[in-house]
Design a protein around this ligand. Structure first.
Ligand code: E4P
Length: 217
């Protein structure tokens, strides 16, 4: 499973990239606005930090305008992945932009049939939003499982990018189901490494080692 980090914060991305933890980055208009700088500058900087796909989202609602914006975003760097919403216009833009050879991430997916349409439109990634479904008492993980089964049934190449991840258990379950990628907020990604028994075990080992009086080198 690949990990993308879901943020537009360059310092966080650099730290996680240096640690070898990420394979790409996802942003959205809310995250770009939070970063408080021009989108093109942010996306260019992120693409310098990571070689993996960097999702940058169009903001138009009409297909022609989405395609125009998508082409502008794709010019920023070779690893830009154009993100379009799961609407009729978004699917039309996806078909056109993927046909031109661009990576396309179809976002805001909340149903398995939406995911089926995105795959047929040539999406590189489909982004089902787990957390936002759980927020309204629906089952985000069941959606990931349904999409996995449908994509396997028809041998679609579109990668399932589990999004709106809020917990470590979301990551675990998405990996068990076979999502290709999880996009995870920085704090959650860093929390994946933590376990109290790891900390306790290390403390005990080092206490015993100190008693031995030895050094390794
Ligand atoms: C995915 O690409 C989105 O940016 C993201 O995962 C949305 O997560 P949220 O529901 O926590 O805002």
């Amino acid at each position: 499973m690949k990990f993308f980090v879901d943020t537009a914060d360059i310092a966080e991305i650099r730290e996680l990239q240096d640690a070898g933890l990420i394979d790409g980055v996802t942003t959205n208009p809310s995250l770009i606005t939070k970063a408080g700088r021009p989108m093109r500058d942010i996306v260019a900087e992120i693409c310098d930090v990571t070689e993996g796909p960097v999702s940058a989202e169009v903001t138009a609602l009409e297909a022609d305008e989405m395609i125009r914006e998508g082409r502008i975003l794709a010019e920023i760097a070779d690893n830009v992945c154009i993100k379009v919403p799961l609407t009729l216009a978004g699917l039309k833009a996806c078909k056109e932009l993927s046909g031109e050879g661009h990576m396309v991430n179809v976002t805001l997916c909340f149903s398995a049939v939406q995911a089926l349409l995105a795959a047929k439109a040539g999406a590189t990634f489909i982004s089902p939003f787990i957390g936002r479904l759980d927020d309204i008492n629906l089952d985000g993980m069941a959606l990931i499982a349904d999409i996995r089964r449908i994509y396997d049934n028809y041998e679609f190449d579109t990668e399932i990018l589990a999004a709106s991840i809020r917990t470590l258990n979301h990551v675990r379950e998405a990996a068990l189901i076979g999502a290709d990628v999880a996009t995870v907020p920085p704090a959650t990604l860093k929390a994946l490494v933590k376990h109290p028994l790891t900390d306790k075990g290390l403390e005990n080992f080092l206490a015993d080692w100190k008693k031995s009086g030895q050094t390794i080198g």
